[in-house]
Design a protein around this ligand. Structure first.
Ligand code: AHR
Length: 335
C-alpha cells in the first residue's frame, strides 16, 4: 500500500470510530466546549414560595460558585409564563446547559422543542414534566429530585401507624400544593394509596394552599369554619409541605384548638421550621424532601459538557422524622 493510501485508510477508520461513538445510547451530550472556557448554566427557579425553595436556591447558587460554573439565575415568581420566557432567553444566549424546576407538569411542549432544536441539553431538577406526545424522556437528559409518590405513601404509613385506629373513623383534611404541580399530584396519589387500604380514614376536605404559609393559614381557617358549620370533627391535617402546615398551625391556635393534639398534623419537607414546630409539640411528623440539589446538578452539568453519559433519573435519598426525634435531629439539619 502506498504511503498516501495508508494515511487515507487510517483517517477513514478514525472518522468511523468517532461516528460510532456519537451513536451510543444513554444521556450523552455532544459538545465542542473548549476546556478552559467557563461553563454557562441557565437556571429557571419557580420562586421563593417556601423555606424549602429558598434552601434550594441557596444550594444551587453556592454549588455553582464552588464548581466555577457561570450561573444565569432567573426567578419566575411562581408563574409558568415567566419560566418559559427565561428558558427562551437562555436559548437565545446559547448557554451550555439549561436546568429548571417546572412549576407545573404540563405546557412545556413548545419551549422544550426549541431547546432541543437548539441542541441545548435540559436538566430537570426537583420536579418533572409531561409532554403532549407522551415522550417527555426525549426532551431532557436527566431528572434529579425526590420521589413524590413515595413521600405521600410515607406520610400515609406514618399516620396509620401513629393513630393505631383499626375501625374508628378518622377525618382528614388535606392542604394540597400548587395546582397541576408534580409534588401536589404525586403526594396526593401516594397518600391516597395508603388510605385506600385503611378505609376508616376519610379525606373530608381538600384544597390547594399553593405551598405557602399565608395560603395554608387561610385555607385551614375555612376548613375549620365549614367543618364546624357541618358538625364535623377534623382529626388529622395532611399538608403537602411544611410551610402550609406552619400556616395552618396558626389558624388552629386562633380557633382555640391545640395543633398536634386536637388535630394530628403530618407534612412534607423537613425544614428547620417544621423541626421547631415538632419540638414545640405542634406538628407530629415531617417527611423529608431534600432541596440540597446544587452539588448533584453542577456535577451533572460538568459531566454533560465533558460528553460523559449521565443517569436519566437521580432519586434523592430521604427519611421520615417523627416529633420524638426532632430535638436530637435539629442541630444536624442543613435547611
Ligand atoms: O417541589 C418541591 C416542593 O416545592 C416542596 O415540597 C415545597 O415546599 C416547594 O415549594
Amino acid at each position: 500500500m502506498s504511503k498516501w493510501k495508508k494515511i487515507t485508510v487510517a483517517l477513514s477508520i478514525g472518522v468511523m470510530m468517532l461516528t460510532l461513538a456519537g451513536c451510543g445510547g444513554g444521556a450523552k451530550q455532544e459538545t465542542s466546549k473548549p476546556v478552559d472556557k467557563k461553563i454557562i448554566l441557565g437556571f429557571s427557579q419557580i420562586g421563593a414560595e417556601s423555606e424549602w425553595r429558598t434552601a434550594n436556591t441557596e444550594s444551587i447558587k453556592a454549588s455553582a460558585k464552588t464548581a466555577g460554573i457561570e450561573l444565569k439565575f432567573s426567578d419566575a415568581q411562581q408563574k409558568q409564563e415567566n419560566q418559559i420566557k427565561a428558558l427562551r432567553s437562555f436559548i437565545q444566549q446559547k448557554v451550555d446547559v439549561i436546568a429548571f424546576s417546572p412549576v407545573v407538569e404540563t405546557g412545556w411542549d413548545a419551549v422544550l422543542q426549541e431547546a432541543k432544536d437548539a441542541k441545548i441539553p435540559v436538566i430537570l431538577t426537583d420536579r418533572s414534566v409531561k409532554m403532549s406526545n407522551g415522550k417527555a424522556d426525549d426532551y431532557y437528559v436527566t431528572f434529579m429530585g425526590s420521589d413524590f409518590v413515595e413521600e405521600g405513601r410515607r406520610a400515609g404509613k406514618w399516620l396509620v401507624d401513629f393513630m393505631k385506629k383499626d375501625k374508628d373513623p378518622v377525618n382528614v383534611v388535606e392542604l394540597q400544593g400548587t395546582v397541576g404541580s408534580a409534588p401536589a399530584i404525586d403526594r396526593k396519589a401516594g397518600f391516597e394509596e395508603i388510605l385506600k387500604q385503611n378505609t376508616n380514614y376519610k379525606i373530608i376536605k381538600s384544597q390547594t394552599g399553593d405551598f405557602t404559609r399565608a395560603k395554608g393559614k387561610e385555607v385551614m381557617e375555612s376548613f375549620l369554619k365549614s367543618a364546624k358549620a357541618e358538625g364535623q370533627k377534623i382529626d388529622v391535617l395532611y399538608a403537602h409541605n411544611d410551610d402550609m402546615a406552619i400556616g395552618a398551625i396558626q389558624a388552629i391556635e386562633e380557633a382555640g384548638l391545640k395543633p398536634g393534639k386536637d388535630i394530628i398534623i403530618v407534612s412534607i419537607d423537613g425544614v428547620k421550621g417544621a423541626f421547631e414546630a415538632m419540638i414545640a409539640g405542634k406538628l407530629n411528623a415531617s417527611i423529608e424532601c431534600s432541596p440540597l440539589l446544587g452539588d448533584q446538578l453542577m456535577s451533572a452539568v460538568k459531566d454533560l459538557v465533558a460528553g460523559k453519559t449521565i443517569e436519566k433519573r437521580i432519586v434523592t435519598k430521604e427519611s421520615v422524622f417523627p416529633a420524638d426525634v426532632a430535638a436530637k435531629e435539629l442541630p444536624n439539619r442543613k435547611y
